[in-house]
Design a protein around this ligand. Sequence first.
Ligand code: HMG
Ligand code: MG
Length: 306
Amino acid sequence: MALFEHIPTEVSVYEVSLRDGLQNERATVPLRGKLRLVDALVASGLRRIEITSFVSPKWIPQLADADEVAEHAKAPEAVTFSALCPNAQGLERARKAGIREIAVFISASETHNRKNVNKTIADTLAAFVETVIPAREAGMRVRGYVSTVWGCPYEGDVDPRRALEIARKLLEMGVYQVSLSDTIGVGTPRQTERILKMALAEFPARSLAMHMHDTRGTALANVLVGLAHDIRDFDASVGGMGGCPYAPGAAGNLATEDLVFMLHGMGVATGVDLERLWEAGKVAESIVGRPLPGKVHQAGVRSLKA
Ligand code: HMG
Ligand code: MG
């Protein structure tokens, strides 16, 4: 059996370091450092970059300068800058700052959702009428995250049907894509296959993305399962920066360099220049002031070909 006979020839990488990465750093990176990273990521050829988050600065002080980041970041024509948005206040800030795409978020497990946004799942879904609907009416694109699909730091196992029920509601509201998220990096390949088979029985592959934290080193293995199921959208964070401050142990998103290295090696195009991406990882490391965990980031991009 040829395992990879029918995988996509091209995938889209959605970069989250400036949001998922920086929200989890102890130190707050100054605005000019964030803008340097934006420029380096754009120069690498990434076309979808989540640049910040319009959440409460009391909850995530590291991203309190979201308005300035969005105002000063320069997106060339082909690049989409998006931002996380939890409520009407966040949407208003995003709109004022000229953001054209927002991302809303909700968890598949009640305890994580309450810790993350101080609401029940039902109330969070109901409150999306204040974000998803007006954003769509204002001509913005809206993406959605469903967190804790592979497991919850507080509740343990999560029934995938709960996650898919939420995904269905998001898509019905007009969200263009739901990023199924392994918030604490506990997913393993058979589990991923089970979740994706259930999801793909209901939704087209293009309406789904995968957001894998690499906490236990299984993110790429799960991405391979996604590829084999025709998933073409993967979230990643340069250098492997990241986490969720309201999910203990959610260290490290899948490193963008590791994802791109593997995809290119398999003949899957991303539009990203890996050398320049590696340089962006160096910028990321210098602005956060600590070594980053990504494998390619540490080993370099050199392949064995002469
Ligand atoms: P709350 O305290 O219940 O909200 O927080 P509130 O409406 O009662 O407001 C409290 C105060 O915050 C008020 O100020 C509001 O004005 C202010 P005060 O009157 O006390 O001075 N406020 C805001 N200020 C600026 N912008 C706003 C905003 N909203 C309220 N948008 C809230 C509710 C949702 C706001 C809060 O819980 C919050 O911001 N949570 C965000 C937590 C977060 O960012 N988590 C990490 C991102 S999710 C993630 O990482 C997972 C993901 O990567 C996928 C995965 O891996 O699973 C996406
Ligand atoms: Mg995350």
